[in-house]
Design a protein around this ligand. Structure first.
Ligand SMILES: C[S@@+](CC[C@H](N)C(=O)[O-])C[C@H]1O[C@@H](n2cnc3c(N)ncnc32)[C@H](O)[C@@H]1O
Length: 238
């Protein structure tokens, strides 16, 4: 009787069985991946619809996730600082600072000659940032001022700040034009606004949408950096 034995001692039938088993594991894995992908797209659509029907800021309990090492791996603070044009000695507004995922990094970049105004509409978010700043490892930071405020009415004089930045915030604000006008008011002529968006955010908007919004209120595009996944649009007040 014919028996197909290969040099490794397996019959062709065994090789085929192993191949089939591995292939079905691959297929199952791909199916699971597709289900997860479809579920996250559906969840994103659902959150978007709910946000449109009932506009409200991101709940404060997500502050813990926002300010996590995992998040910083996906969205590097150094890259954000570089793309936003944040540098030593400037007066910066972080609008919608949340739990402060980026605040300490920015504070150290602007240094003791600079200042960071960390503003948020939710006291519970600011509380998380306050707790973070009170930790031993952040005791060196003395240039952050926490402000409970609203993007529509910023507590600053006209032409007083060098730079403002927002990370996954702009699309959360129902009247974006009003907020952008208000940011433009407080920036010095030549001052910069940096808007960063991340595809993970349910409110994500395309780079072109962000540029158009900023241009509609009179900002001039300086640079748009990054990919569809995570980008920063930097615009200038003329
Ligand atoms: C998705 S969280 C992002 C927080 C932070 N920028 C980050 O990336 O970790 C959006 C933040 O914007 C704040 N926010 C929403 N609308 C605002 C408004 N009109 N004025 C000020 N802050 C606002 C929310 O309270 C929330 O903390």
């Amino acid at each position: 009787m014919f028996s197909a034995i290969n040099p490794y001692g397996h019959s062709n039938f065994h090789i085929w069985a192993i191949f089939k088993a591995r292939f079905s594991v691959l297929i199952i894995g791909m199916k699971i991946l597709l289900i997860i992908l479809a579920a996250s797209v559906l969840l994103k659509i659902l959150i978007r619809i709910l946000a449109k029907l009932h506009p409200s800021p991101a709940p404060a309990f997500i502050g813990r996730f926002l300010d996590s090492n995992l998040r910083r791996k996906v969205q590097s603070p150094n890259k954000l600082i570089h793309r936003s044009g944040i540098r030593e000695g400037i007066q910066v507004l972080e609008l919608g600072c949340g739990s402060g995922a980026f605040t300490t990094f920015v504070a150290r970049t602007v240094g003791e000659n600079g200042k960071v105004y960390a503003l948020d509409i939710q006291p519970k978010m600011l509380k998380q940032l306050e707790q973070k700043l009170s930790k031993t490892e952040n005791k060196d930071i003395k240039n952050v001022e926490l402000i409970h405020g609203d993007a529509y009415k910023l507590p600053f004089d006209n032409n007083s700040l060098d730079l403002a930045y927002m990370v996954t915030v702009l699309q959360e604000i129902p009247d974006r034009h009003k907020a952008l006008q208000e940011i433009k008011r407080v920036l010095k002529p030549g001052g910069m606004l940096a808007v960063t968006e991340h595809l993970f955010d349910p409110d994500y908007a395309l780079k072109s949408t962000t540029i158009k919004l900023c241009q509609e209120v009179g900002f001039v595009l300086d640079e748009a950096l990054g990919s569809i996944w995570n980008y920063t649009v930097r615009v200038k007040k003329p």
